[in-house]
Design a protein around this ligand. Structure first.
Ligand SMILES: [Zn+2]
Ligand SMILES: [Zn+2]
Length: 375
């Protein structure tokens, strides 16, 4: 069948993106779903910083690639050997497939699924296939999703079925921003009721972490960023205190607010000074989690003695250390109950053809979550 997709053909084009137009909206051929694959009509897709990192070249991927990794939609066709899904199901995409068989999936660490990671780095679906092409040229899939499109073929191992009463624009956010931000606290850091929390880097993921900290009972929620607009937004999301992390006494402010440091800091800025700040802001015995994607040449230097003498912990976090099948429905319930008001994240609803303007807005920091709405 034919569908429109947003294709990236070269990385690192100059800004502004509404002029250089890194993403081309093209009509392409979509092959039918194969074994354990389904065809999804995309209803909503979010613009995320990790897409931007591919566009600007910080996170190189094989090209040409059909971009987009945060989406929700409805199944309209199923391939062979599809169990547990049927036509009409509403689904959220998880941007890392979980094969269910590797040692990591078998031990509950699906964020580390090896076949899933290989498919993602190869730019294929989990089964190793590419389904999008123009003539003889096949396009790479972005993280098994390629959600900036009217339709997508996906592995069932990239999908989570959800209740039909959730709006698609909300559900889409749970595939990346919410799963990562909330998961970093409750799964990776194993936050406890009453812990003090610092969130560094206030994009869609960081602001989701603030909502998660509030829902999980943090005693203090301190938000840090270099953008005053984002600090003001953080207060609306439930931060108890905000700190301009570019100020010279940013660390002293944390120590004053907490009497020595926070229990948990989570960092989503992708800049090494931000990670250093997060690490130094934790108290003795504290835990720092980083879920950002820094540029490939970034190197971290921190005081190793603090790891020992202060028993500090530094942990990496991918996909919020989540099990999507378990966490996405649970987090959606929290939204339904009013405890995770993630609708606050959406600052813009746009059309597919306005995607380059949308990424320019994201690059300038004028938007939190922009969601493409498909009719
Ligand atoms: Zn994302
Ligand atoms: Zn696996």
């Amino acid at each position: 069948m034919k569908t429109r997709v947003a294709v990236l053909k070269s990385m690192g084009l100059p800004r502004p993106y509404q002029i250089s137009k890194p993403l081309h909206i093209e009509e392409v051929e979509l092959d039918p779903p194969g074994v354990e694959e389904v065809l999804v009509k995309i209803k909503a897709a979010g613009l995320c910083h990790s897409d931007l990192s591919v566009i600007n070249g910080d996170r190189p991927r094989p090209l040409p690639m059909a971009l987009g990794h945060e989406a929700a939609g409805e199944i309209v066709q199923i391939g062979d050997h599809v169990k547990n899904f049927q036509v009409g199901d509403h689904v959220v995409f998880a941007f890392l497939p979980s094969c269910g068989h590797c040692i990591y999936c078998q031990t509950g660490r699906t964020a580390l699924c090896e076949p899933g990671a290989k498919a993602n780095s190869d730019g294929t679906l989990l089964g190793g296939h590419k389904r999008i092409h123009k003539g003889n040229q096949y396009y790479f899939h972005h993280l098994g999703v390629s959600g900036f499109a009217d339709y997508a073929v996906a592995s069932i191992h990239s999908l989570v079925k959800i209740d039909k009463h959730y709006p698609f624009e909300i559900a889409a956010l749970f595939g990346c921003a919410v799963m990562t931000g909330v998961g970093a606290l409750v799964n990776t850091a194993k936050m406890k009721f009453g812990d003090s929390v610092l969130v560094v880097g206030l994009g869609g993921v960081g602001l989701s972490a603030i909502l998660g900290a509030k829902a999980a009972g943090a005693s203090k929620i301190i938000a840090a960023d270099i953008s005053q607009y984002k600090l003001n937004t953080a207060l609306e999301f439930g931060a108890t205190d905000v700190i301009d992390s570019s100020s010279t006494n940013a660390l002293e402010q944390i120590k004053d607010l907490t009497g020595g440091g926070v229990d948990i800091s989570v960092e989503f800025a992708g800049a090494m000074p931000a990670l250093n700040y997060a690490f130094n802001a934790t108290k003795r015995g504290g835990t720092t989690v980083t879920g950002a994607l820094p540029p490939p040449d970034a190197k971290l230097s921190l005081d190793p003695l603090a790891l020992v003498g202060q028993e500090k912990t530094l942990k990496g976090c991918y996909l919020g250390s989540s099990v999507p099948l378990r966490d996405i429905p649970a987090f959606l319930e929290l939204y339904h109950n009013g405890q995770l008001p993630v609708d606050k994240l959406i600052t813009h609803r746009i059309k597919l053809e306005d995607i380059n303007e949308g990424f320019e807005r994201l690059a300038t920091g004028e938007a939190i979550r922009q969601v493409i709405i498909f009719d």
